[in-house]
Design a binder for this molecule. Structure first.
Ligand SMILES: [Mn+2]
Length: 375
């Protein structure tokens, strides 16, 4: 039998610049969480760790990042590591794996060719990405093993052709799932897609799986932050796949509709219940009276301190003002009241969203000044 850990898409060296300051933490966690993969391998007495491509973000990755990854490999000398180049770390003259240091790591085998590799009694059939510009995965290179003994596992990096998961947007480096049946391999380990995905054959057996990235990269990814424990009892047997959490950062996206100023109480409670979330995207819609704008902004500001990344999206939230002049609040000064009234009438007549938002901003500023003058 074979028992191994499948992982992929560590993309070490990824800038995560879209996340601003939180990018630093994301980069650090990506490296730290590799240790969790090896701990899972140790705990489950895995025969080896199979890394299915995109270990590094690009071939020019910095020396420090490479050293930190190798330092983790060195901590687990008893675990064989089989590593396939993907499209981010493709083979070629500038390939990161051409650096001398990789040849010195005793427990590391780079899957540079399509030649079969024996590991702990199992045969791997790798298809490394030869060049990021070639955009093809030649699954024909997996030989017919139907009449051969032992467990055979294909290793590739790309998108499953004709298979669409809801968050699978990349359809490049296409891989034909029929190669499993054609060749008679027991399992096909894949990298490239960032979410954990399993693909059932006509008999309902899972013989193709993506582990997904070990540490979630963005708000759009689902089921990211896992590695897989794959166990196969013998040739032709049904693979048993267990996903193991190895990512550290907890991501969440919340949609919240504001109906009136009381919604802020509900929103406060909602945000309190998500304090354990590291990366939080909050999409707000609806309407909020202008008088509650300061309280609303203070609430958002506080939540910035509660998360590594807090991303409020307020494009669909409108601040409303009283349109009936009879209901106008007394700002405590005739000139301020006059200015307030003038701006409200201006707002009433304005339809252009950008102009409206500017008038609302000015009204908000005026009301804040009035409040400060009174207190
Ligand atoms: Mn990739």
């Amino acid at each position: 039998m074979v028992r191994f850990i499948q992982t992929s898409d560590w993309q070490i060296g990824m800038k995560a610049s879209g996340l601003g300051e939180a990018g630093f933490d994301v980069r650090e966690k990506r490296i730290e969480s590799i240790t969790n993969i090896f701990e899972a391998a140790k705990e489950n007495k895995a025969d080896f760790v199979l890394v299915c491509g995109d270990t590094f973000e690009h071939n020019n990755v910095g020396r420090d990042d490479v050293f930190r990854v190798i330092a983790i490999f060195n901590k687990y000398p008893e675990i064989p590591i089989l590593l396939l180049p993907g499209n981010h770390d493709a083979l070629g003259a500038d390939c990161v794996y051409n650096r001398d240091i990789f040849s010195r790591v005793q427990n590391l085998t780079l899957l540079r060719t399509c030649d079969p590799v024996e590991v702990e009694g199992t045969t791997l059939h790798p298809i490394p990405i030869q060049s990021s510009s070639r955009n093809e995965v030649d699954t024909d290179k997996i030989p017919n093993v139907i009449d051969l003994d032992g467990i055979h596992i294909g290793v590739a990096h790309g998108s499953l052709k004709g298979v669409l998961f809801d968050d699978a947007i990349d359809l490049d480096y296409s891989i034909d799932p029929s190669c499993v049946e054609r060749s008679g391999i027991d399992f096909l380990s894949l990298g490239h897609w960032h979410s954990h995905r399993e693909y059932k054959d006509d008999e309902g057996i899972i013989r193709i799986a993506y582990s997904g990235t070990h540490e979630q990269t963005s708000y759009t990814e689902k089921l990211a932050g896992y590695c897989l424990l794959v166990e196969i009892d013998g040739k032709g047997k049904t693979p048993n796949i267990t996903s193991i959490k190895c990512g550290q950062l907890k991501w969440d996206s919340i949609d919240f509709e504001i109906e009136d100023k009381n919604s802020l109480i509900e929103l406060t409670e909602k945000l309190e219940s998500t304090s354990s979330v590291d990366m939080l995207k909050l999409t707000l819609s609806g309407q909020l009276p202008l008088g509650s704008k300061v309280e609303f902004e203070n609430l958002l500001e506080y939540n910035e301190t509660q998360h590594i990344d807090f991303k409020p999206i307020v494009d669909d939230l409108e601040f409303t003002v009283l349109t009936n002049p009879e209901e106008v609040l007394d700002l405590g000064d005739p000139t301020l009241n006059q200015a307030d009234n003038y701006l409200r009438n201006l707002l009433k007549a304005e339809n252009e969203p950008e102009q409206r938002s500017e008038i609302v901003e000015t009204l908000s500023l005026l009301q804040r000044l009035a409040e400060e003058a009174v207190t």
